[in-house]
Design a protein around this ligand. Structure first.
Ligand code: SAH
Length: 366
């Protein structure tokens, strides 16, 4: 029985969302507007309301005639993300949002406010097809790719809430984006790149967030890492390594059987060389699985003398998982050994854990 006041979605079809104004670049937006019989300069006005003023409500776009506004909203601004619920912790400075897409698929995003930055963790797919056994999203498999506007919409929603003083800590701006929510971003390459352009391009094309503040995290799809290196954008690349040896990595990150550790790291070093950006290596520390001193030494050998930084993530056990986080002594030893090899290393903070909003926990279970 539906709860009164709750939206009922009839037989959801898994499918492509409608095209949205923000899927288009400036020329595409002008064309779409003039196809509606509206002068194309309105595209620029609408873009500025969205990207510069972060005006959510078209009723406030008073420089656009009301009949044009209605037509634009009807034809080009379909609602792609409907809020289902949001949960807060850290006194409201961490907010996890659950969104329902047009076909009933569910995705999550997380906003994390720190003293000097606001980071948003966003999803690039509904579910994920990479099947990593320690990751909550991986357990349910892939539903579908998100469109660029479904991806970018998560950022825009956060930016609008911050601008309207709806997040604890006062009005603010999004400074960092991490593609560490649901999905494998490089398996949805084109939509992710379009979303990245909306994030980094200057107004009225995009939000103008620094590309250095945007991190694309991947299991290691080597051809796509090489393609990303050729985009001419100083994005941060994060590689989810989780094991220095193929035998173990084959089990933790199954796509390793296709692109093994050596090839993944080669493409990462090429990325660092081309972009001059330090690559981030993600390593979830799993008790007695990948946290032994031998593996720390092996990892140190692989990474030493490279433009690299290791992010150790204490494992967030997923429900029913046989694995758990490393003991504090093992974690400390792992850090020390990497440092002995001259490798920069930090241990990731676990913001959002209590609301299942931390790394690998986004599963959109309803
Ligand atoms: N598909 C991308 C982005 C996914 S999530 C990728 O794999 O990189 C971002 C990071 O969280 C990845 O490094 C992922 O391996 C890690 N992660 C997934 N599940 C986790 C868990 N249960 N505990 C800690 N980290 C986890």
């Amino acid at each position: 029985m539906p709860v009164p006041g709750e939206l009922v979605f009839e037989s959801p079809k898994r499918g492509k969302p409608p095209v949205h104004f923000l899927d288009l670049d400036q020329n595409g937006r002008k064309k779409a507007i003039s196809d509606l019989g509206i002068p194309s300069f309105r595209a620029d006005q609408v873009s500025r309301h969205i990207f510069e003023h972060l005006d959510k409500d078209p009723q406030d776009w008073t420089d656009v005639p009301v009949e044009d506004r209605l037509l634009i909203v009807d034809s080009l601004l379909p609602t792609l993300l409907s809020p289902v619920r949001s949960i807060e912790c850290d006194n409201g400075e961490t907010v996890k949002s659950l969104w329902r897409l047009h076909d009933g698929s569910l995705v999550e995003s997380v906003l994390m406010r720190y003293p000097s930055r606001v980071t948003m963790c966003i999803s690039s797919q509904a579910g994920c097809g990479m099947n990593c056994p320690f990751c909550a999203t991986g357990q349910a498999g892939l539903t579908r790719n998100l469109s660029s506007s479904e991806i970018f919409g998560q950022v825009l929603a956060g930016a609008q809430s911050l601008a309207r003083n709806q997040i604890a800590g006062g009005p603010g701006r999004v400074s960092n984006i991490v593609f560490m929510g649901m999905g494998e971003p490089l398996a949805n390459y084109n939509a992710v790149m379009t979303a990245i352009h909306r994030i980094v391009d200057p107004s009225p094309s995009g939000l103008g967030i620094s590309a250095r503040g945007v991190t694309v995290s991947t299991v290691g799809l080597v051809p796509r890492i090489r393609q990303l290196a050729s985009e001419g954008l100083p994005l941060t690349l994060a590689v989810s390594l989780h094991a220095p040896d193929n035998e173990l990595r084959d089990t933790l990150v199954p796509v390793n059987t296709r692109w093994p550790v050596e090839e993944v790291l080669d493409s990462a070093w090429e990325y660092a060389r081309v972009t001059n950006r330090r690559v981030s290596i993600e390593y979830a520390l799993i008790r007695d699985i990948n946290d032994q001193p031998e593996r720390a030494h092996l990892l140190g050998e692989l990474l030493k003398d490279q433009l690299v930084h290791v992010n150790l993530i204490p494992l967030n056990p997923t429900p029913g998982s046989k694995w758990t986080a490393s003991r504090p002594e093992a974690e400390a030893a792992f850090v020390r050994i990497l440092q002995e090899h001259g490798v920069a290393v930090t241990v990731r903070d676990t913001r959002g854990r209590e609301i299942d909003g931390a790394c690998g926990q986004l599963a959109a279970l309803e």
